[in-house]
Design a protein. Structure first.
Length: 185
């Protein structure tokens, strides 16, 4: 089994265990997340990889940061993680990739993630995983329209947006891709 297939199965198993540990049926999770029961079943069986938006809905339903959903993809907590060893998760359908920059640890509050979204994409989240979660977004390259709690912010290279997320959010690109770092605490 190659590394990507192994990570895919590890994520599927982790999501199933999270649901079962909370005593939820697939239907319960479908109702609270807005993700269909059939899609949840296919994800848990490792038949499909969840999209970024689906992971956002599941994070909200479980009241966990996205990093905790992706925890099985992260190695044990080292103080230093080399670039070549940083885990990457991709949503090919949305042209989105997410690189965990911070050494992974559930014990630390701040995490930094480098993201890239291809041109003409929109990734939307109905609600935050953790209401009031503090975010800092620095656009490194391209252009990004970030809407948080109904307020749209058009970011250019070098711009930094700081906010506490309490409602829906979206990340949208136009003719340019966007590469940014998001720090969450």
């Amino acid at each position: 089994m190659d590394n990507i297939a192994h990570q895919h199965q590890a994520l599927a198993d982790h999501l199933r265990l999270l649901r079962m540990d909370r005593g939820l049926t697939l239907q319960d999770l479908a109702s609270s997340s807005g993700v269909s029961r059939a899609t949840l079943s296919r994800i848990e069986n490792g038949e499909v990889s969840p999209t970024a938006e689906t992971l956002g809905r599941l994070a909200s339903a479980f009241a966990l940061p996205l990093s905790q959903l992706l925890a099985p993809l992260e190695p044990d907590f080292p103080p230093l993680v080399r670039y070549a060893d940083q885990s990457i998760w991709s949503d090919r359908e949305k042209g989105f990739s997410r690189r965990a920059l911070s050494p992974p640890s559930g014990r630390l509050k701040l995490e930094m993630i480098e993201c890239e979204i291809e041109p003409h994409q929109r990734i939307a989240y109905n609600r935050p995983a953790l209401p009031g979660h503090e975010h800092h977004v620095v656009l490194l390259a391209g252009a990004l329209a970030l809407t948080a709690d109904g307020v749209r912010h058009d970011l250019g290279p070098g711009d930094c947006l700081r906010y506490r997320l309490r409602g829906a959010s979206s990340f949208e690109t136009g003719d340019q891709s966007a590469r940014y770092i998001i720090a969450m605490a």
